[in-house]
Design a protein around this ligand. Structure first.
Ligand code: PEP
Ligand code: MN
Length: 362
C-alpha cells in the first residue's frame, strides 16, 4: 500500500497531532466559542460531527449540511484545517463542496464494506486525506480492508483512529481499547499514522487523561479529543466531552516520550540489555521446544491407550499452579492466563494432529 505520512498531507500537521472540537456541531455560536477556547492549545485539526450516527433513533442526529459553513469560523479563529465524519455519497459531496480539508470514517461505517466502498467511489479522483476509525468489533481485517479500499481509488493520505471496541462485559470503558491493534495495523501498513480517540474509548471525562497517556506510551501518533464549551449540556456524548481549559491541562500533563532517532547514545545502552533479552528469548524457545517434544510423547501414549486428548483435571491443575507461580514472580494473572491458554491450545492441536496422522496412515 502507498500511504502518505500525516506530516506530508500539506496541512501543517505535525508529530503528536491534536484534534479537538465538539462531538456535534450545534450552532454557529457554539463552534465559535469552542474554537476561541482552544486558542493556545496547539490544536492541529478541528473536528465536529455534522451527521451523527446514533445507535438508537430519536436522538440528535446532527444539524446536517447547514453546519458545514459554521466550520469556517473555527478554521479562521484557529488557523487550522477542519474535519467531519462522512458515511455516504451525499455526505462526501457536501463536505467536498464545503472544502472541508480532512474526512473521517466512523466506527459504525468502517464495519460495513458496502458503505466504505460507496464513500470510496464518491472520493475517486480527489486526494483528500481520510482518517479511518477502527470498526466497532475488534476485527483488524475490516479496518485494513477499509484502508485498502481507499488506497485502491487513489486516496493515499490515510490515517487510522483507534477508538476502542464494543465489549458487553466491559464496565470501565465505553469502548475497550486494544492497544495491540494499532500496533498490528502499523506493522501491516508501513508509514501509516494512528491517532487515538480517548473520548470514545473512555465514555466518561474522568479517564480521558489516563487513556491519552496510554496512547502516547504505546506510540500512537496523536489524539482526537471531544471538546465542548458546556459539556454537560452537549447534544451528544455529554459525559465524555471536556472544556477547552480541561483539554489544555490534560495535554500539558502528558508525558511525551522521546523517540530513539533523537537519542543515538541510547541505542548502544539499550543494545546491551537487548542482547541479554535475546539470549533469554532463545532459552525460552528451546525450553518450549522441549516441552512440545514431551507433549508429543504424551500424545503418543494417549493414542496407544485410546485416551481423550483433553484432560480437564490435569488442565485445571496446570492453570492453577502455574498462575500461582507466575503471580508470585510479579507476572499478572491476565498475562499468565493468556500465555497458558496459548500453550495448552497448541499442545491439544499437536496431539489431535497425531491422532489424524495415525488414522490416515491406517
Ligand atoms: C464521533 O467521533 O463522534 C463518533 C461518532 O465516533 P465513533 O465512530 O468512534 O463512534
Ligand atoms: Mn462523539
Amino acid at each position: 500500500m502507498d500511504i502518505v505520512d500525516i506530516k506530508d498531507w500539506g496541512l501543517g500537521l505535525d508529530e503528536h497531532l491534536l484534534i479537538a472540537g465538539p462531538c456535534s456541531a450545534e450552532s454557529q455560536q457554539q463552534i465559535e466559542t469552542i474554537a476561541k477556547g482552544l486558542r493556545g492549545a496547539n490544536v492541529g485539526l478541528f473536528r465536529a460531527g455534522v451527521w451523527k450516527p446514533r445507535t438508537r433513533p430519536g436522538s440528535f442526529e446532527g444539524i446536517g449540511n447547514d453546519a458545514l459553513s459554521w466550520l469556517n469560523s473555527a478554521r479562521e479563529i484557529l488557523n487550522v484545517p477542519v474535519t467531519v465524519e462522512v458515511a455516504n455519497t451525499s455526505h462526501v459531496e457536501a463536505a467536498l463542496k464545503a472544502e472541508v480539508e480532512v474526512l473521517w470514517i466512523g466506527a459504525r461505517t468502517t464495519v460495513n464494506p458496502f458503505s466504505v466502498q460507496e464513500i470510496c467511489e464518491a472520493l475517486r479522483g480527489t486526494d483528500i486525506p481520510v482518517m479511518v476509525k477502527n470498526p466497532i468489533n475488534p476485527d483488524l481485517q475490516l479496518w485494513l480492508g477499509a484502508i485498502e479500499r481507499l488506497n485502491k481509488v487513489g486516496i493515499h493520505k490515510v490515517a487510522g483512529i483507534h477508538r476502542g471496541f464494543s465489549d458487553p462485559y466491559e464496565k470501565r470503558y465505553r469502548n475497550k481499547p486494544e492497544w495491540s491493534m494499532p500496533i498490528h495495523l502499523k506493522r501491516m501498513i508501513p508509514g501509516i499514522s494512528v491517532i487515538c480517540d480517548p473520548s470514545h474509548i473512555a465514555g466518561s471525562r474522568e479517564i480521558i487523561a489516563s487513556v491519552s497517556q496510554r496512547a502516547i506510551n504505546f506510540g500512537l501518533d496523536g489524539l482526537m479529543i471531544e471538546t465542548h464549551n458546556d459539556p454537560d449540556n452537549a447534544w451528544s456524548d455529554a459525559k465524555q466531552q471536556i472544556t477547552p481549559d480541561t483539554l489544555k491541562i490534560i495535554i500539558e500533563n502528558l508525558n511525551f516520550r522521546e523517540t530513539l532517532d533523537k537519542h543515538p547514545e541510547a541505542i548502544s545502552e539499550l543494545d546491551k540489555f537487548r542482547q541479554k533479552v535475546d539470549l533469554v528469548d532463545g532459552q525460552i524457545i528451546e525450553l518450549l521446544a522441549d516441552r512440545f517434544q514431551m507433549i508429543k510423547q504424551i500424545g503418543e501414549y494417549k493414542r496407544a491407550h485410546n485416551l481423550a486428548v483433553y484432560q480437564p483435571n490435569r488442565w485445571q491443575d496446570v492453570m492453577e499452579s502455574r498462575i500461582k507461580t507466575g503471580t508470585n514472580k510479579n507476572m499478572t494473572e491476565k498475562f499468565m492466563k493468556s500465555f497458558l491458554f496459548a500453550l495448552h491450545e497448541e499442545s491439544v492441536k499437536m496431539q489431535e494432529a497425531q491422532l489424524k496422522e495415525v488414522k490416515s496412515a491406517n
